[in-house]
Design a protein around this ligand. Sequence first.
Ligand code: G6P
Length: 473
Amino acid sequence: SGTPNGGLSPASFVVVANRLPVDRDIDEDGNSDWRTSPGGLVTALEPVLKSRAGAWVGWVGAPDEDLEPFTHDGMEIIPVPLSGVEVRDYYEGFSNGTLWPLYHDVVAHPEFHREWWDSYLKVNRRFADRAAEIADDGAVVWIQDYQLQLVPQMLRERRPDLKIGFFLHIPFPPTELFQQLPWRREILEGLLGADLVGFQINGGAQNFTRLVRQLAHYPTQRGSIELPDGRRVLARAYPISIQTQEFYDNARLPETAKRAEEIRHELGDPKYLFLGVDRLDYTKGIYQRLRAFGELISDGLLDAEDAVFVQVANPSRERVEEYKRLRDDIERLVGRLNGELGQLGRPPINYMHSFYPRDEMAALYRAADVMVVTPLRDGMNLVAKEYIACRQADDGALVLSEFAGAARELRQAYMINPYDINQMKERMLEAATDAPRNKARRMRILRRQVFEHDIDRWATNFLDDLGSCTRSR
Ligand code: G6P
């Protein structure tokens, strides 16, 4: 329940992210109310925000809305408006048509448009202005992700008293790819406005420091960068995680167990239930994994009588051209495979293009024998961790792409190269049919890893390190 708040008090902790941590509910009478978003980042940062008089600067997710700041559940919410043109050029354009494919190994073709860049610049400035207004003297400001890479520098120019952290949730690309960007120097200097720049894996931090040497010629030592004015910037890896205990507890509920059984029954009580859960994105390797599964059936290695694939695809960025194309490709493939391999009432692939509530997801994770996570490139991939967290015993199996950040931690998964379809088929089959004691040995280690490294620990590690960065001026 949001209360309007004209007189804002300065915040000692500020999060800046493209999206706000609240979603709007509109009832039948057209009254709107706010609900805290269900995502892991929000859940992890909420307690920090509440205990430190925190504020969150972000976009409400719809064009042309100029909302007053308000308080929600102990957090100051500072909405940043975007016009329709800015949604097109800054969000769909530069963020998701240029940076997203460029940072994900150019698995789709990045487009470079000067109008998109201009809009990115303008919108980043607006976010920086809002943060500069709300931050108290010496406050800690934590900026999130690729949509806002210029904010650290813009904010530092206005407010040298602040401690500024930045975390990139997606991969930081090899320098050879980053160099394509006409605005590479600007992005680099933008990020160097932070005291601490966090990445998902060491490789990202290393790509970044190498780029700093090559492009800006600033001296670096391990993850420490020395700027011409004597200021130091740290670049380090902080692998993000999930609220492990909450996922486990939710999956443990008797009603979840019951629903998991129901799901298996509705699917015809298969011997092997394979599951994929992704935002419908071309980086996720959905096409490749469904092809592999289809071939396992057409080769006769799996029987359509006892193997089923459930693919949940959450709608995403639907106005971006590449995403439209991907959706068509996948839906055509699913139609073809079900048409060729299915029997009446028994399609081998159950494809859902929709969002599912948390409880239904917990039941699906519980029900699945094999979780199939095959991105061509992924910053981390939290779905892999969610599946593990939902296990109630050392059973089930995770097939995981070596190109997901999560592969660095989840080494006991059945690892695959998503470009190698034969290997993917072999590993999917192995994961399904492996001896229970082999699965148990792997899953025990995976579960320990995910329980010991949850998202609270991630946030604490980052914020502790940011806290110990020495103030520059
Ligand atoms: C990825 C990005 C996030 C983004 C999310 C959903 O996880 O790292 O920054 O919020 O995808 O994408 P969307 O464009 O809908 O915000």
